[in-house]
Design a protein around this ligand. Structure first.
Ligand code: G6Q
Length: 547
């Protein structure tokens, strides 16, 4: 797509936002709420079963108007259309960006290079379904005839974070007679701990790697094959019954010894961090079953449709994306805390770290020009209420502005006395305290005097969003992930960066490959790095020998 856009900071809406920010930055949320008794009801949005309260952002009606204008001036509408139409918007890799096709209904038509990709997507889904049914029913037997009880996903980055997150998030729906483990790190301990109590005869490995070349995954897959063969009498035929692959490369899968009949494919138009609902989700389907998996896809799709067709002012991901641009680029917020009040979502912040930061942690525009504004903030977080007893101190009383996304549910998946009400009381209390704080006067009225008063003051005026849904179902998980995918898309469009490549990751992959032989060689290697790297390598070689 040839861009005719003005550089971001020269767009009229950006300039207007800069002037507007100067005017309203001194306003406290207390004042904004006092001036409009309906603010807490007005600044909410409900779509696809997700309810968003964004009233505790430091915004006015004018801010919103200008942000939507910025979206229009940034060509967001055309870019959304381009993605859904299968245009090659990942320009540095010359690829379409079509994770939305992974959850498109059977009768949809999405063309890439003239071919409709939807039938292929559904063929893979059907294959995953047939396989999952065989494993879950016990029809699929291991090499010695025993049924599979353990499933180990081997993958890293996009081939790991989604599967782990989804497994943890949807554990309530999973088959508890199956054990699921996830191995990602090339630190051998990850593999050792994941398998130490498993019986190889009952264990199935899913080697998940789009490229099937990733050092960590291929190393762990090699260790898994050794472990299996050692446990099953060294018969190479055993591999076929205990290994399946998820990849785009049939050739490499076959070279590893995995029968390509047991390979689940996907396509170069699915980015790693956007792939949890492709065949990379095989472990998820095995855990929760095909029906629940398809419900998750339906949830994704509902949010896709919402993003694709809803005017910006009612569009959840567009609104949340714009608010994060406002907080990042105008208020200078450097991070965003994602705080799920749902223990099952404990890996959701880790998952979002990759989705957001690998996508929009970019320093040049689509045209390759250095940006003169901030791009992705750092995303981080932990489930509540645990975080409240550690890092929330900084959010409440530290010197940095940290916008928070609270995510919570109307119903617990398993009721336990009053616990859910107590949990939810904490969500609302935190958002309230962040916004309104506590003045010195209020502290004094409570009976605190003198030198202690300033320590007990909360400035407030700290922005947050609260997202509520009825319960954490597979469908709702799909909606939440799609919501953040499209927030990322919105942000990336405003910042005019390529949210779909990851050259920063590629560099590390290549450098490590160069150093491995220098660590392993018997003879002292001739090192040609900088003096620090050379010295560290020499030091490691000494430690390695004497330990
Ligand atoms: C994601 C990244 C990266 C990738 C891993 C694993 O968007 O590209 O995290 O998913 O490096 O890659 P493979 O699936 O090819 O092993």
């Amino acid at each position: 797509m040839k861009s005719t856009l003005k550089p971001l900071t020269q767009r009229p809406a950006w300039k207007a936002l800069t002037a507007h920010h100067k005017k309203i930055k001194g306003l406290h949320l207390k004042q904004l709420f006092a001036a409009d008794s309906k603010r807490g009801e007005r600044m909410t949005l409900e779509a696809a079963g997700l309810f968003l309260d964004y009233s505790k952002n430091r915004i006015t009606n004018e801010t919103l108007k200008l942000l939507f204008k910025l979206a229009a001036e940034s060509g967001l509408k055309a870019r959304i259309k381009a993605m859904f139409n299968g245009e090659k918007i990942n320009i540095t890799e010359n690829r379409a960006v079509l994770h939305v096709a992974l959850r498109a209904p059977k009768n949809a038509r999405i063309l890439v290079d003239g071919g409709n990709v939807v039938p292929e997507v559904h063929a893979v889904l059907n294959k995953m379904e047939a396989f999952s049914k065989r494993v879950r029913s016990g029809a699929w037997k291991g090499h010695t005839g025993r049924r599979i009880k353990n499933i180990v996903n081997i993958g890293i980055g996009g081939s790991d974070l989604g599967p782990v997150m989804a497994y943890e998030a949807l554990k309530h729906y999973s088959d508890r007679s199956l054990t699921f483990r996830f191995v990602s790190n090339v630190d051998g301990i990850d593999f050792v701990e994941a398998t130490h109590d498993l019986n190889p005869a009952e264990t199935l490995f899913i080697v998940s790697s789009k490229t099937f070349t990733t050092l960590e995954t291929m190393t762990n897959a090699g260790s898994a094959r050794d472990w299996l063969l050692k446990g099953l009498g060294r018969n190479p035929k055993a591999v076929v019954k205990h290994f399946v692959a998820v990849s785009t490369s049939a050739e490499k899968v076959s070279a590893f010894g995995i029968d390509t009949a047991n390979m689940f494919g996907f396509w170069d138009w699915v980015g790693g961090r956007y792939s949890m609902d492709s065949a990379i989700g095989l472990s998820t389907m095995l855990a929760i079953g095909p029906k629940n998996y398809r419900a998750m896809l339906a949830g994704f799709h509902e949010l896709d449709e919402h993003f694709h067709t809803t005017p910006f002012a009612q569009n959840l991901p567009v609104l949340m994306g714009l608010l994060s641009v406002w907080n990042t680029d105008f208020f200078g917020a450097e991070t965003v805390a994602v705080l799920p009040y749902e223990q099952y979502l404990k890996r959701f912040p880790a998952y979002l770290q990759q989705l957001t930061m690998e996508s929009n942690g970019k320093h040049v525009t689509l045209a390759g020009k250095k940006v003169n504004y901030q791009t992705s903030p750092v995303y981080w977080g932990e489930p509540g209420t645990n975080g409240q007893h550690s890092f929330y101190q900084l959010i409440h009383q530290g010197t940095r502005l940290i916008p928070c996304d609270f995510i919570a549910f109307g119903q617990a998946l398993t009721k336990l006395g009053r616990q859910h009400d107590i949990l939810m009381a904490n969500v609302f209390a935190q958002a309230e305290a962040l916004a309104f704080g506590k003045t010195a006067e209020e502290v004094r009225v409570e009976g605190t005097n003198g030198a202690l008063v300033p320590h007990r003051v909360f400035e407030g005026n700290r922005p947050s969003n609260v997202i509520l849904a009825r319960r954490l179902t597979p469908e709702v998980l799909g909606k939440l992930v799609a919501l953040y995918e499209h927030i990322v898309f919105t942000q990336g469009t405003i910042w005019n960066v390529n949210s779909f490549d990851q050259w920063g990751v590629e560099l590390g992959k290549a450098l490590a490959q160069r150093i491995v032989p220098e660590l392993e060689s018997k003879a002292t290697p001739k090192l040609k790095h900088d003096s620090s790297t050379n010295n560290l390598i020499r030091h490691y070689r000494k430690l390695k020998i004497t330990s």
